[in-house]
Design a protein around this ligand. Structure first.
Ligand code: TGC
Ligand code: FAD
Length: 390
């Protein structure tokens, strides 16, 4: 048997093109995931809990709101943020979800659309992982089409009164602050809601078979009275929440590469050592085909993420291009996870190996932040100029 002649994980030398800072972010996040997170994750996945004690460590590493400037945030470039998402999701999608929601969905709207007081009050504590945030857009009857949301904010004197319900909210039950989107007389607006406000209740969703190491909740809002300055002053309309999704979807298109890499790594390693019919299963032509298909898909997904990352740093990344990455990288990762699961045989269905956990997680990743159908139709509209949404 000769030695492998190709780097399975970086055949095109993408890492060599990283700056020192980008490489440092990737390496330190990878070390954190291997040493601190992975020993905990399977236990939490089994129990259906999130290792909340890691929040402050993620803050110390500078990973929370890392692509934002000022207010205690690290202020890295987009590629560094992407690399961190990749390494976190190589551990578990729940870890990347936590960081995505905190940085891109809870901190970003405060940073981009908030008042100076809102920024000073929340961002430094959130960057340290001392305050956890969540993002309430989806409702029980309004998922892919949030424009019809029923949660409503009305004026009462100077105050706002918020009523409604949000569903499938990551971090909801462990959050100190929720960014809640609601209809008002002027259009959709965002509200910064401390979760200890009377009338705010978070009920965790149980019995999940995916993203088990992550908290997903329903938010029930009953006559939640908020002061006048709870509203995000600088955005009105659906473009507010949708612009936050661009940030999070960018992290997901990188994160999917991490989950795929972990699955491919497990399959390659297993195939080299598992023997049947007197030889390693990696020697069988059918197994080699599976390994090669996974390798090709992973390589292309990584290349796409790096390219979109460089475009984001250059200021040329559009929302439609983000849809390419979210749609295709998550789809590729799911396919890789399912193929890897088969290569591991019966061992593939256990928590001893990461593959089935990733495969199960990726089902949620394919649904949230815009389903395959939504990103397909977004790209269809971009290509044809015709909208299939109405
Ligand atoms: P339309 O009503 O035409 O547009 C409204 C306004 O929004 C603008 N816009 C965007 N702006 C920034 N970024 C985007 N991605 C944007 N998409 C649209 C648009 O230009 C317009 O602006 P203006 O100034 O003209 O008012 O809506 P649309 O037809 O463009 O969008 C429809 C559709 C279906 C694409 C959109 O509703 C959509 O993306 N739906 C999917 C919903 C979704 O992804 N929800 C995710 C919830 S959060 C979540 O899942 C978190 S998971 C977290 C984790 O754990 O990681
Ligand atoms: P629906 O919109 O009801 O869609 C059902 C099916 O119909 C899908 O296959 C969809 O693609 C298809 N469909 C819908 N419209 C069309 C169309 N026009 N053409 C063709 N097919 C269509 N939301 C938040 O706001 N914050 C969070 O933190 C958050 N975290 C989440 C965490 C998890 C684990 C999960 C699973 C979801 C989370 N979500 C969150 C919600 C998520 O964004 C929604 O589930 C998603 O947007 C889809 O909405 P839905 O589930 O209501 O499905």
């Amino acid at each position: 048997m000769s030695q492998p002649t190709i780097d399975p994980f970086d055949p095109l030398g993408l890492e060599a093109e990283l700056s020192d800072e980008e490489r440092l972010v990737a390496e330190s996040t990878r070390r954190f995931v291997r040493e601190r997170a992975l020993p905990e994750v399977p236990r939490h996945f089994e129990a259906g809990t999130f290792p909340v004690e890691l929040a402050k460590e993620l803050g110390e590493l500078g990973l929370l709101g890392m692509h934002l400037q000022g207010y205690g945030c690290a202020g890295t470039n987009a590629v560094s943020y992407g690399l961190a998402c990749l390494e976190l999701e190589a551990g578990d999608s729940g870890l990347r979800s936590f960081v995505s929601v905190q940085g891109s969905l809870a901190m970003f709207p405060i940073w981009r659309y908030g008042s100076e007081e809102q920024k000073e009050r929340w961002l430094p504590a959130m960057a340290r992982g001392e305050a956890i945030g969540c993002f309430g857009l989806t409702e029980p009857d309004h998922g892919s089409d949030p424009s019809g949301m029923r949660t409503r904010a009305r004026r009462d004197g100077d105050d706002w009164i918020l009523d409604g319900a949000k569903l499938w909210i990551t971090n909801g039950g462990i959050a100190q602050v929720a960014v809640v989107w609601a209809q008002t007389d002027d259009g959709i607006r965002g509200f910064v809601v401390p979760t200890d406000t009377p009338g705010f209740e978070a009920r965790d969703v149980g019995h999940k078979l995916s993203l088990r190491a992550s908290v997903t909740s329903e938010l029930v809002l009953t006559d939640v009275r908020l002061p006048a300055d709870a509203v995000l002053p600088d955005v009105v309309g659906l473009k507010g929440p949708l612009s936050c999704l661009n940030e999070a979807r960018f992290g997901i298109l990188w994160g999917a590469v991490g989950a795929a890499r972990a699955c491919f790594e497990a399959a390659l390693d297993y195939a080299g050592t598992r023997e049947q019919f007197g030889q390693p299963i990696a020697g069988f032509q059918l197994t080699q085909r599976k390994l090669v298909e996974m390798f090709l898909a992973l390589t292309k997904a990584a290349m796409l993420a790096h390219r979109l990352g460089r475009m984001k740093d250059a200021g040329t990344l559009t929302k439609d291009l983000v849809s390419i990455g979210k749609l295709d990288n998550v789809r590729a990762a799911l396919e890789i996870a399912r193929t890897a699961r088969g290569v591991l045989g019966a061992n593939g269905i256990t928590l001893e190996y990461p593959v089935m956990r990733h495969a199960a997680n990726l089902e949620s990743v394919a649904t949230y932040e815009g389903t395959e159908e939504i990103h397909t139709l977004t790209l269809g509209r971009a290509l044809t100029g015709l909208s299939a949404f109405t």
